[in-house]
Design a protein around this ligand. Structure first.
Ligand SMILES: C[S@@+](CC[C@H](N)C(=O)[O-])C[C@H]1O[C@@H](n2cnc3c(N)ncnc32)[C@H](O)[C@@H]1O
Length: 295
């Protein structure tokens, strides 16, 4: 079962404790922790972010200082406790068809090449959305592939998509696959009708839920991209890793990019965020819009 950073434990217990803003020394402790654990780089301006996002956790534990919270998480081996911190400090903004040039490029260039390729390599399509947040990117990929390749090609394991993230709160939303009308408004209307069903989630409250045919193509998993070894046994023809590198220390970006390239099949495509430019990736050819292809 995944953890949720908005869990009742955090919200119900005392809003009474007054949490002190982190001192410079306390901030440095957490800056080093997020760098070591998550690869994130925090400039000094992120002190406010630490306070704004993490004070709720301190309140739940009735801790007044960031030093006492730091001592607490360092002294306990409780993984859940560290996970709550990860959930609080990661930035998870996402959206359906975000940076839609990428999906146009897939449809016009990448998918046709995959379809026309007769080799065994493309008989099983494997895609990965790394840093998938609440699932919008992963579902966009799945809807586009479903529409392009058709049921015959993608059923029975013809296409599988992995969505991974370190944040268990957003992954729970991704697994539920329910979104508000506003969230789905960037999806073409014909796809909204085909792939998202109105579903009651409370008295007179409706959400649009992704249909089973799409959900069945996807597996969501929690792991940290900073780990040495990922729990993945396959190579991918397509990897999306968008709007994540931005938050990382330059050395950690290089580390991650190399891991992603290693997990790509020969001829596979790597898609980074549109503004994530300027990387030189050995063995990769740059195409357009921060899209690379492995030689
Ligand atoms: C800004 S969101 C981007 C979501 C999506 N890719 C998009 O472009 O819309 C970045 C995601 O990366 C995840 N992330 C950050 N550091 C990570 C790490 N070390 N391992 C795995 N996921 C990480 C965050 O939890 C967050 O959900």
């Amino acid at each position: 079962m995944l953890l949720d950073n908005s869990s009742d434990i955090v919200t119900t217990r005392a809003r009474l404790t007054k949490v002190n803003e982190p001192t410079d020394d306390e901030f440095r402790l957490f800056r080093d922790l997020v760098l070591k654990d998550l690869g994130m780089e925090w400039g000094d301006d992120k002190k406010y972010l630490l306070y704004a996002r993490v004070q709720r956790i301190l309140q739940a534990h009735q801790l007044e200082t960031f030093q006492s919270y730091y001592d607490y998480i360092e002294s306990t081996n409780n993984r859940n406790e560290r996970q709550l911190l990860y959930n609080a400090v990661t930035t998870t903004k996402s959206g359906f068809y975000r940076e839609k040039q990428h999906f146009k490029f897939l449809r016009e260039n990448v998918f046709p090449e995959m379809k026309n390729h007769n080799s065994k390599r493309y008989s099983k399509l494997r895609f990965w959305s790394a840093g998938c947040s609440s699932g919008e990117e992963t579902y966009t990929l799945a809807m586009e592939a479903h529409d392009f390749f058709g049921t015959a090609l993608i059923s029975n394991g013809g296409l599988r998509i992995l969505g991974s993230d370190v944040n268990t709160g957003v992954l729970e939303s991704a697994i539920r696959g329910g979104y508000t009308e506003e969230q789905i408004s960037t999806i073409p209307v014909s796809f909204q009708k085909r792939f998202l069903l109105p579903t009651a989630v409370g008295k007179n409250v409706f959400q649009r839920k992704v249909i089973d045919d799409i959900q069945n193509l996807i597996q969501f998993r929690q792991f940290n991209l900073m780990d040495n070894v990922y729990p993945i046994a396959t190579k991918f023809q397509l990897i999306f890793c968008r709007n994540l590198l931005y938050y990382l220390h330059p050395d950690k970006r290089e580390y991650l990019l190399q891991k992603l390239v290693d997990h790509l099949d020969e001829g596979g495509w790597l898609v980074l965020g549109i503004t994530e430019t300027g990387y030189k990736l050995d063995g990769m050819k740059k195409l357009a819009f921060s899209i690379y292809q492995k030689n």
